[in-house]
Write a protein that binds this ligand. Structure first.
Ligand SMILES: [Zn+2]
Length: 548
């Protein structure tokens, strides 16, 4: 039990915008004043900012693809020490794809207390959960890859939508996931024949009628029908390529009438006809997005420097490899999905990279409802998550941001909108894009706010005259009421929990899946679903009604 006194509280979900007030905590939750006995421990937060702990709506921190990336960039791992500030615990290794311990310490050390692992194949879900468990401190959710699953696509082709929904529900529970991820719908499947899916309304390779648009609308409808707390989480077709803004806007129209979360919008907002004419189309994307209130998104912002691109989007990764000549790895995940990895460096003198850097910030500044766009770098694709404070700095300080713009090549400055944008984020808006908004989008009702009953995940930052890197070194971070960071150091390590959903489905669907599975997969069916015992600290959310 403890009391945080005198802090300036930013709790936008409860309408509290910079009010000096005390917070009381007991049994891991925020409680009303009366419930706390006299003599409880006190943290004096006078002159400090108190916010709900950060929630990362889209990151890649665990599983087979991450391990593949770690192996692909051993030189990166050696950079560990510079990230870990001399932690003497089982610190793990840093670099762009930190090991599990380092991931937990780095997130908590910045004030983030919940992360959403955004891409899990069912086939490697068991491994992913082992790694998620191994990440200390933060709570986790995970999304299972579904837009290129051959069982589901075959049922869409056959017009068996209800059965497809049952299969999806079964697969979500088999993976012990929290929601549905769709990556380059149809394109990863087509990549198995060396093709892609570049247009939304043409049948994909290997199918007569199934189109990306159909996959997108179907999965969005299923997430709604199954009552999943988070809507379909969509990585649109044509990621990363010039002119893709048109596909992104078309995708939004396919999603009309559905909830959806558009992942890393920065990678989907480019104009131009080719690499030499690539320019920002953030204004048009922001306008279309703002008009469609059923959508949320995250920035997927890019920062100059090292990155490792990791995605299920195999065809895109192959193109990136061809463009850059860098190391490339590709994984085929049987009948479900794919995976590609290319280590990358974003350079400010590179025209394409300069446009990418600007577009992420532009979207954050142009989409004026902070409840619908959240702070991410699509870690480690656009840059390491531990660099979020750099982005916050640029969002809060227009003058500093414009100084950075001046460093870009003149040719790039003519292709972006950033030089003309004067908006500065308030602390309340920062609390929304880093915590309250993503928690709401994920449907985590006890996260992202500091009202009575909320999980006591709290970040306390010193106020500095210049906001600068305010969020780099929180004075205190509380996770579930435990003080994990004190005076900027990780002092206490607790286990995070995993939130998973159990959508209702007809038990008979397993008998439909089993013979198909035994025909096409290399592993045995009994070994496919992740057993509940594999999850050390699960919290199961039942959803949906039993099907008719
Ligand atoms: Zn991603």
């Amino acid at each position: 039990m403890l009391r945080i006194i005198g802090g300036t509280v930013y709790d936008p979900a409860n309408g509290i915008d910079g009010v000096v007030k005390d917070l009381c905590i007991a049994d891991g939750r925020i409680v009303a004043e009366a419930a706390l006995p006299a003599g409880a421990r006190t943290i004096d937060a006078s002159g400090m900012v108190v916010m709900p702990g950060g929630v990362d709506v889209h990151t890649h921190v665990a599983g087979g693809a991450l391990n593949f990336a770690r192996g692909l960039v051993p030189e990166n791992q050696r950079a560990a020490r510079k990230f870990l500030h001399g932690l003497d615990r089982r610190a793990g290794l840093g670099g762009m794809t930190p090991t599990t311990f380092a991931t937990g310490y780095l997130y908590a050390g910045m004030g983030w207390t919940t992360v959403n692992e955004a891409a899990v194949p069912i086939l490697s879900a068991r491994h992913t959960h082992e790694e998620l468990h191994d990440i200390p401190i933060v709570d986790k959710t995970s999304l299972v890859l579904m837009a290129n699953n051959e069982f589901v696509l075959d049922l869409l082709e056959a017009g068996e939508i209800e059965r497809a929904r049952q299969v999806v529900a079964w697969l979500v529970w088999a993976a012990k996931a929290y929601g549905l991820k769709a990556v380059n719908p149809g394109g990863v499947e087509a990549w198995k024949w060396g093709k892609n899916a570049n247009t939304l309304h043409a049948p994909i390779e290997g199918y007569n009628t199934v189109t990306p648009a159909q996959i997108i609308a179907s999965l969005a409808g299923m997430a709604d029908d199954l009552g999943l707390p988070h809507p379909v989480h969509l990585h649109c077709n044509n990621l990363g390529v010039p002119g893709n803004f048109a596909t992104t806007i078309e995708t939004m129209s396919v999603l009309q009438g559905h909830r959806a979360h558009l992942a890393h919008l920065q990678f989907h907002a480019y104009g131009g006809d080719d690499w030499s004419t690539m320019r920002s189309e953030s204004a048009r994307v922001a306008e279309a997005f703002s008009a469609q209130k059923n959508l949320t998104t995250d920035a997927g912002a890019v920062l100059f420097g090292d990155a490792v691109t990791i995605t299920a989007d195999g065809p895109w990764q192959h193109l990136l490899y061809q463009l850059t000549g860098r190391k490339w790895g590709n994984l085929d995940v049987e009948n479900e999905t794919g995976c590609g990895i290319v280590p990358y460096v974003y350079k400010d003198r590179n025209l394409v990279n300069a446009v990418q850097w600007a577009v992420g910030l532009e979207l954050l500044l142009l989409i004026d409802d902070p409840w619908r766009i959240f702070l991410t770098t699509d870690h480690p694709n656009g840059g390491g998550f531990w660099r979020y404070p750099e982005i916050i700095h640029m969002l809060m300080n227009a003058e500093f941001r414009k100084e950075q713009v001046q460093k870009l090549p003149e040719k790039a400055r003519g292709r972006i909108l950033l030089p003309d944008l004067d908006r500065e984020y308030t602390l309340s808006e920062i609390a929304i894009i880093t915590s309250a908004g993503p928690a709401r989008s994920l449907g985590l009702a006890e996260k992202g706010h500091l009202g009575v009953g909320a999980h006591a995940d709290v970040a306390i930052y010193p106020i500095k005259p210049d906001h600068g890197l305010l969020f780099s070194y929180p004075r205190y971070v509380l996770k579930g009421g435990a003080i994990v960071v004190e005076e900027g150091d990780v002092r206490n390590v607790v286990d995070g929990r995993e939130f998973i959903v159990h959508p209702a489905c007809d038990d008979a669907i397993e008998e439909y899946i089993r013979p198909l599975f035994e025909k096409v997969y290399t592993m045995s069916f009994a070994n496919y679903p992740v057993e509940m015992e594999r999850l050390r600290h699960p919290e199961v959310i039942a959803c949906g009604s039993t099907s008719a």
